[in-house]
Design a protein around this ligand. Structure first.
Ligand code: X8Z
Ligand code: ZN
Length: 623
């Protein structure tokens, strides 16, 4: 609907342009844009097919094909860009036409000379291959050396409570990926910066931030981070206290927490250690993964459950081809990229997810996350191609997570039979604590991922300091430390997919804040939240079946990237700024509980410096 309106506006205002000097050019530009958009869709579709082929079957042949088509696409984009900037588009009267020109006017990596472009893409492809095919040996079983990140390593990190085993797996994964990626990564930084400079940015970090259309964006992010820090510190203190009870002196009373004990290979989501750290142990049915298994959920059923939620909000059902072409579980015979992703093939028809799903609560949540991306694609599929994106990339990441906030409320879990106990405030608190382990603990991680890269791209952090800088930030922001000393012969950031695949990460921080803002608005529309009395608390709200809430969300999704993101935020929430008050309000009961509990336990809040060292060479560690 919005797309038709946009086209019409575009058309009419071109024809009735007010400025006679520009009128003729604007009409020509309108026709030019229509043709360019069609060709762009075709080119993107062709390229995305080759990307899909490579990521679902990591062969040299598929990489070659992807690089070839990528080069063809870059050539096409460069030629189009040259034509785009030859128009005096800033003077056009039609807002949407101007905005399309504006979005086309930044060329991106295609600005590199063809050989360098290919090299950049090859380096990233090679790192993805190293990451996705890396295998490690099992603890104390030197013969069993076929453990992959998904599912083996992920499983061990979340379920093993053997400190030595966790340490072994944590280290082996980093040894398997880091050193092999280091030189490639250094070259990637050079080439990526070169591309950014050809686009008139100072470096890649400035290029990445450009999408937010706000020169003060970094400061605003820092400000939000500061507002949430007190809550993070309380949760961190509580967890460390519990970990000491479990693992003893491996965890110090006042230092950073060893990163291998937090249930996740990156220590970015601590939900998996909920079982032995719960505020109220043995109250309620807490193992939701076990519930899913006991109830014989399959991967497809999980996806259907997610779809059902979206449909209940009057959002769009998944097209048949989605079910036919998506990959839900890991292929047995082909090496593939297992990192979950969603795909828009730019033809208005073909939308897919690629998942290596296992029957766990994490993958249940990831499936909702990915389907949120598909909903966005479906709602803006008829807009001009440059408007087919989130209002900013954080909006795109927030949609599925927003749905999970309702899905994982005790109210909804009871409704779908994953919680079977009676209503009890302790069950609620346990549940809120688990959401906190997921969401609040992710906050500094998502921030430092980009703090690290910003300084690398700007040259502030030199290659000889890459790894030690990483650990400096991990300690400063997350209060975690490596379980062993590190050196610059290691390259631990490469153990994270988004680093080696060149995927910006600030989007997840933004999404974390936005999803609670969206949630608060939609809960109000669903009649489950009264902003004056705060009577029904945000964490108990479930927007399931609320068409009111769904229709409001639909309107925002259908705007795509057609306007700067504050307009989209305002359309939904009435606010034009990102704002931490919703997430703080959501967790307020947990925050209060933690402050009391930490006081009662005498738990130290904050952390002193780590005793771990990070040196240039491994040899220095021995001396
Ligand atoms: O990469 C993802 C999604 C795909 S866009 C599964 N996420 C980040 C991660 O796993 O590191 C979602 C949360 C953060
Ligand atoms: Zn995502």
């Amino acid at each position: 609907m919005l797309s038709e309106v946009l086209f019409l506006l575009c058309c009419l205002s071109c024809v009735f342009s007010k400025d006679p000097d520009i009128e003729e050019e604007e009409i020509a530009a309108y026709n030019f844009m229509a043709i360019l958009n069609r060709k762009t869709e075709e080119m993107l579709n062709k390229y995305q097919q080759t990307e899909w082929d490579y990521e679902t079957n990591l062969t040299d042949e598929n990489l070659q094909r992807k690089l070839e088509v990528g080069a063809e696409m870059a050539k096409f984009q460069k030629e189009a860009w040259q034509q785009v900037i030859s128009f005096d588009w800033r003077r056009f009267s039609d807002y949407y036409l101007r905005r399309q020109f504006f979005l086309y006017s930044v060329l991106g990596d295609g600005a590199l000379p063809p050989e360098k472009y290919k090299k950049l893409k090859k380096i990233i492809g090679d790192m993805e291959n190293i990451f996705s095919t890396a295998k490690i040996c099992a603890y104390n079983e030197t013969q069993k050396c076929d453990l992959a990140l998904n599912p083996d390593i992920t499983n061990i990190m979340s379920t093993s409570r053997n400190e030595e085993e966790l340490k072994h797996v944590w280290l082996a994964w980093r040894d398997a990926v880091g050193p092999k990626c280091r030189a490639l990564f250094e070259e990637y930084v050079q080439l990526s910066n070169e591309a950014a400079r050809l686009n008139n940015f100072t470096d890649t970090s400035e290029y990445w931030l450009n999408g937010y259309e706000d020169p003060h964006f970094k400061d605003k992010i820092q400000n939000i981070y500061e507002q949430l820090k007190p809550l993070y510190l309380q949760l961190h203190a509580y967890v460390r206290f519990k970990l000491r009870q479990k693992y003893g002196d491996v965890v110090s009373e006042t230092g950073p927490i060893p990163a291998h004990l937090l249930g996740d290979i990156m220590a970015q989501n601590w939900r998996e250690i909920a079982d032995f750290t719960l505020p109220f142990p043995n109250v309620g049915d807490n193992d939701l993964t076990q519930e899913l298994i006991d109830q014989n959920y399959t991967a497809i059923q999980i996806a259907r459950t997610a779809e059902d939620f979206f449909k209940s909000l009057n959002l769009t059902e998944m097209p048949d081809s989605f079910w036919e072409k998506s990959i839900f579980t890991k292929s047995e015979d082909k090496p593939m990229v297992c990192m979950a992703s969603s795909w828009d093939f730019s033809d208005g028809k073909d939308f897919r997810v690629k998942l290596c799903m296992h029957i766990t609560l994490t993958d249940f949540t990831v499936t909702h996350h990915e389907m949120g991306h598909i909903e966005y694609y479906l709602h803006y599929k008829n807009l001009p191609v440059k408007f087919r994106g989130g209002a900013n990339d954080g909006f795109h990441e927030a949609v599925g997570d927003l749905i999970s906030l309702s899905v994982l409320s005790t109210k909804h879990l009871r409704q779908i039979g994953l919680i079977n106990t009676d209503i009890d405030h302790r069950v609620d608190m346990n549940n809120l604590y688990k959401v906190g382990l997921h969401k609040i603990m992710f906050l500094p991680f998502s921030y430092l991922m980009e703090l690290w890269r910003w300084d690398i791209f700007s040259g502030k952090t030199k290659p000889e300091d890459y790894n030690c800088k990483w650990w400096e930030l991990r300690e400063k922001y997350q209060g975690v430390e490596s379980p062993v000393d590190r050196s610059e012969e290691d390259f631990d950031p490469a153990s994270k997919y988004h680093i080696i695949s060149s995927t910006p990460y600030l989007r997840y921080f933004i999404a974390l804040i936005l999803q609670f803002q969206f949630h608060r608005t939609l809960c109000e529309k669903a009649g489950q939240y009264d902003p004056i009395s705060h009577y029904s608390h945000l964490h108990n709200c479930d927007i399931y079946q609320s068409r009111e809430a769904g229709n409001a969300l639909k309107r925002m999704l259908a705007m795509g990237a057609s306007r700067p993101w504050p307009d989209a935020l305002e359309a939904l929430t009435g606010q034009r700024e990102m704002d931490a008050t919703a997430i703080l309000e959501y967790f307020q009961p947990l925050h209060e509980w933690l402050k009391n509990e930490n006081k009662k336990n005498g738990a130290y809040v904050g952390w002193e410096s780590s005793k771990r060292v990070c040196t240039r060479t491994k040899k220095e560690l021995e001396t």
